[in-house]
Design a protein. Structure first.
Length: 111
């Protein structure tokens, strides 16, 4: 079972990693969305292994897949521009990511 202490940090970190890797995304559609999903999933799984080794692979994959999918749905070009400029997510984006994290934790078998 996943820890209730998992926060939205993976989603924010994922957005930052996409930007800092040189793959800035103008729109999250088509190939750009696929890139976001691929990079997001890989970044989240890596973060889970490093920061939450107590979480087994299957629930971690469910959680991370959810975060990537839902993160792609809420992330706008304006969010990415803000992150690029400030090297951190806006408070609004963080709050949205926290809501996603709660939903994704529930879907992965945690409360």
């Amino acid at each position: 079972m996943m820890s209730n202490k998992l926060l939205a940090a993976p989603a924010i970190g994922i957005a930052l990693s996409v930007l800092l890797s040189g793959s800035a995304i103008a729109q999250l559609a088509g190939p750009a969305r696929e890139t976001f999903l691929r990079v997001s999933l890989a970044g989240c799984l890596s973060s889970m292994r490093q920061n939450h080794p107590e979480v087994s692979a299957a629930p971690a994959r469910v959680y991370c897949t959810c975060m990537a999918d839902k993160g792609a749905d809420i992330t706008t070009a304006a969010d990415l521009a803000y992150i690029t400029e400030h090297k951190t997510a806006s408070e609004d984006y963080r709050q949205e990511a926290e809501v996603l994290a709660t939903s994704c934790r529930a879907g992965a078998g945690s409360k």
